[in-house]
Design a protein around this ligand. Structure first.
Ligand code: ZN
Length: 72
């Protein structure tokens, strides 16, 4: 396993459309059906069953994206 593989394992995350209609990144392996979660960018947002439409229209959070990118 290379060093970069190990970092990926530590900083595991997933993306999900949240209640503020933005797709944030969250720490963890996957969504565990929590009703609320704190995103990587530090926002406490509602998480529900996202529809396919939510995935299409929700823009990616630029703050989450930058934080995760800086960790790589
Ligand atoms: Zn975010």
């Amino acid at each position: 396993m290379s060093a970069s593989d190990e970092r990926t394992a530590v900083h595991r995350h997933f993306w999900r459309p949240a209640g503020d209609t933005i797709r944030h990144a969250f720490r963890g392996r996957r969504w565990e059906h929590e009703e609320r979660a704190t995103s990587v960018c530090g926002r406490d947002v509602a998480l529900g069953a996202a529809t396919e439409y939510d995935w299409i229209v929700a823009p990616t959070c630029p703050v989450c994206y930058r934080i995760l990118k800086d960790e790589c």
